[in-house]
Design a protein around this ligand. Structure first.
Ligand code: URA
Length: 218
């Protein structure tokens, strides 16, 4: 459904990338969303986290993981001994996708075309930040970064070598992969923890996966 492919400036400045992404019309989500929610955090962050799409709060505030899922993420990171301020946090898709039910805006999952349209931005962020550890939060981020056949449920919490996935990653273009090496850890999406019927167990599993991340970084 993309009108025009994203035009990614050749720059190592996250501010310039962010400014260009604010104008992106590579898929139709820009029409109804308030703004592009670009990644946030230090460019020399050793840790990068990738979620799915901004939610209602993020769409209004312009910052990733600023709402309920973000609060859970912050708490889980702290419990695992990680600091959100030292992480670069982004999403696979950078516009809020929703439908309306009365006054409420209800989140929808981005489709494969929207994930693909937004992937060049994620690629560009990754190429600038070059994290030591890349955390994949949930199936949408996994599809964008590791491809549609990756199963978070099977591999969550396992430190994986990016080099083993680079050749088949959808982030790899004819120009090559965005990064040469990193450890990749997939885990559940914090919103899935919030929605889980067994929330305490889901939360404990999430923290355990993030502890594996902390072990790699230490
Ligand atoms: N969920 C996401 O995947 N990203 C956000 O930024 C907020 C909620």
């Amino acid at each position: 459904a993309g009108a025009a492919p994203a035009v990614i400036p050749r720059t190592r400045s996250l501010a310039r990338l962010r400014a260009a992404a604010a104008e992106c019309q590579a898929c139709d989500l820009y029409r109804d969303a308030t703004q592009t929610v670009f990644g946030a955090g230090p460019r020399d962050a050793p840790l990068m986290l990738v979620g799915e799409t901004p939610g209602d709060v993020e769409d209004r505030e312009g910052r990733p993981f600023a709402g309920p899922a973000g609060r859970l993420l912050d708490r889980a990171l702290a419990e695992a001994g990680l600091d959100r301020d030292q992480a670069y946090v982004s999403n696979a898709v950078k516009h809020f996708k929703f439908h309306r039910e009365g006054k409420r805006r209800i989140h929808e999952k981005p489709d494969a075309g929207q994930i693909a349209a937004c992937r060049p931005w994620l690629r560009a962020e990754l190429a600038v930040v070059r994290p030591r550890v890349l955390v994949v939060l949930g199936a949408t981020a996994a599809a964008s970064i590791l491809g549609p056949s990756f199963r978070v449920t099977k591999q969550h919490g396992q430190p994986l070598e990016w080099a083993d996935y680079a050749a088949t990653s959808p982030l790899t273009t004819p120009d090559g992969p965005p990064i040469d090496d990193a450890v990749v850890v997939a885990t559940v999406h914090p919103s899935a923890v919030l929605r889980s019927r067994e929330r305490d167990a889901a939360y404990a599993g999430f923290v355990a996966d993030l502890r594996a991340v902390a072990d790699v970084l230490s």
